[in-house]
Design a protein around this ligand. Structure first.
Ligand SMILES: [Zn+2]
Length: 99
């Protein structure tokens, strides 16, 4: 049985990631790119959050391309409004998300 090194609970009972998600200060921004295209940048994730999983979820929900860099998720296109409800469904607190 795997034990979480942080809270000492078995992995299946570990709530570190849930707590981490509640404590994030997520920022959703819009960046203008070349040729009048936009990118949606979601930043502010802490180290306890699996940013790659979140990026994967956002990309499949929004059916868009995207990358993870510098601990931020960059999505192709303007998805500013659509990102928040998805993050909430993934366990983030609405209060922690700013646009
Ligand atoms: Zn834990």
């Amino acid at each position: 049985m795997d034990i979480c090194p942080k809270c000492g609970l078995p992995q299946h009972a570990c709530v570190c990631e849930e707590i981490a998600k509640q404590e994030q200060k997520i920022n959703i921004g819009l960046v203008k790119r070349k040729y009048g295209k936009y990118s949606t940048v979601v930043s502010g994730f802490g180290n306890d959050v699996n940013i790659k999983d979140i990026a994967k979820e956002l990309k499949s929900e929004l059916a868009c391309g995207g990358t993870v860099k510098n601990n931020a998720i960059e999505l192709q296109g303007d998805h500013k409004k659509a990102v928040t409800p998805i993050l909430i469904r993934l366990g983030f607190s609405e209060d922690s998300i700013t646009q």
